[in-house]
Ligand binder design. Sequence first.
Ligand SMILES: [Zn+2]
Length: 381
Amino acid sequence: MRGDPRKTDGGTASFPALATRPFRYGDPVNEVRDSRVARRVGEAADELVRRSRSVSAVEVFVRLRWLKQAQVTEWRQGRVDPLSAAMTVRPDRLAAAARALGEWARERGLEPVEAAYTAATRDRRPLRFTEESGGDGGEDAFRTHWVSPGMTAAQRARLAAKLDQAPDLEALVPADPGWGCPSCHRTGGFQLMEDGAPLCLSCADLDHLVFLPSGDAALTRRAKKESRLSVAVVEHNRRRKRYERRGLLVEEAALERAEEQCLADEDLRARRRDRDRERRATQDVEFQEAMAAQVRRLFPGCPADRAEEIARHAGQRGSGRVGRTAAGRELEPEAVTLAVIASVRHRDTDYDDLLMAGVPRTVARTRIRGTVDAVLARWRA
Ligand SMILES: [Zn+2]
């Protein structure tokens, strides 16, 4: 007879799978070890709740030194998947500890709040805790944040909103400046994880963004608000063993608008002078003029200021952009056309909104192709 063995024995007798299933919290053979783990989990949770009035499994793991905070960051960035891959403690023991936390919390009247746990990658995929997701509710135990009954309704609402929020997209300053992008084999100042691989900004279609270093909180806040697409930049501090914020990648126009807003309440002329000087130093004026002329030759309908903008952008030193490649330097029509297409994509279509919403790059490109072709045809005429 074919079929499920459970149907032939009424679901009560043991069948081979049961004998080899992982140990579970509460198995008699593991009682001593589990009670020890439960005690340590309880102590860690107690400490965490005293400090911040809430506690989660991941925080307990960090507290128990099963996990470093930097590894949690790498997991959020999509560099580690699932989280258990970064840990030496076995996944079934992690699940047991998470369940022990739940029991500890319920006994003390803490209330559960589910957290979304979304990756800081463009696909915004849900983060995985262990290889074995779902099933016996193990993942739910990892996801739950336990909240002290002493928390006010407003505090609770704030926490719940924070837990639900998708994190900022994150790019990394590579530890090895000579790293190679697996897609184009060139190097670049930033890495962004996509499908488990670190891509340069050009390959991730994000090289139209400019870097705003941390330091001016008002400018950063305004630039982020003005920019349709923004990416937080972090760097690993080896000495402190943690990731630190270095700045934000934003649209150039957004940065300019933000600066204008700051101008209203500060004397910004000096700052602008500094920035212009800095910008001139990274620009290759002659090349940019030649490139703008070539853009106008190939696309007579392209407005002059737009051609200049395309050339300025593509020719930025150290950007790895098309204007810095050999073909770009030679102003070959194909390379110049690529730079024009990149500009149209970001400026004249909703490409960036699609990317920010998690639409895969290839799908987004297909969707906007008609608009891009129409602009190019108009400019060619
Ligand atoms: Zn690349």
